[in-house]
Write a protein that binds this ligand. Structure first.
Ligand SMILES: [Zn+2]
Length: 225
């Protein structure tokens, strides 16, 4: 069941590796299917080695419907997110180093690039520490998302969410790029230019027009001069 969706989960996992967001089998990828079930990656397996039969199908109580592998150790946290945020259709958990590093310093990574605003919808909160494999990790994520598409987990990594795997993937990839850019700027100066709330809102709106099959960005949304 859901062979195409399982293949998409694997492809997203391979991209996490490609963009430097995980090492080896770290993190996990999951998505909702059929409204009330999720697909989740197995624990401790390298993404590029996965085949569709390695992806686990379960209901929202965690009961396995299909698959013989042991699901990600973070499944309790994932289920908490899906059960408490019905609008979330995909969750990606990574150990991306730049965003995680900022989570050791700040309680919030303030939005500083249009790409971050596009991908996460603004500044990203840092969650209190919770151990891997705990439901608390999901509780912290839900409490701190605050309308954005990512949170940083202190001492751990990132949880990105979306209405699709693509949206969750964009969120964690561009969060990492923004965190890296911020770190480079910070290494050269303490005086970092930040975006205003108006600029962030503008970037969020413009991104609605990004990609194929969408209308062009209206002139009224674009800054003059
Ligand atoms: Zn982790």
């Amino acid at each position: 069941m859901f062979e195409n969706e399982k293949a998409e989960v694997i492809r997203a996992g391979i991209k996490l590796d490609r963009y430097g967001l995980i090492a080896l089998s770290g993190g996990n990828v999951s998505c909702k299917v059929d409204g009330d079930k999720i697909l989740v990656t197995p624990s401790g397996m390298i993404y590029e080695d996965l085949v569709v039969d390695d992806i686990i199908l379960m209901d929202l109580s965690g009961k396995v419907i299909e698959g013989n592998r042991k699901a990600s150790v973070d499944t309790k946290a994932l289920l908490y997110i899906y059960n408490n945020m019905p609008e979330v259709k995909a969750v990606i958990h990574t150990h991306q180093p730049y965003a995680t590093a900022l989570g050791l310093i700040y309680d919030e990574f303030k939005c500083n690039l249009t790409t971050l605003a596009n991908a996460t919808k603004g500044s990203v909160n840092v969650c209190h520490f919770s151990s891997a494999a705990s439901e608390q990790m999901g509780i912290e994520a839900v409490e701190n998302l605050n309308g954005k598409l990512a949170v940083i987990l202190r001492h751990h990594g990132v949880i990105a969410v979306g209405n699709s795997l693509k949206q969750a993937l964009y969120s964690c990839v561009y969060l990492e790029e923004a965190a890296q850019t911020y770190s480079i700027a910070r290494s050269m100066s303490n005086n970092i230019a930040m975006m205003s709330e108006t600029q962030i809102e503008q970037a969020v709106k413009i991104f609605d027009y990004y990609g194929q099959g969408k209308e062009s960005v209206p002139d009224s949304l674009v800054s003059k001069g």
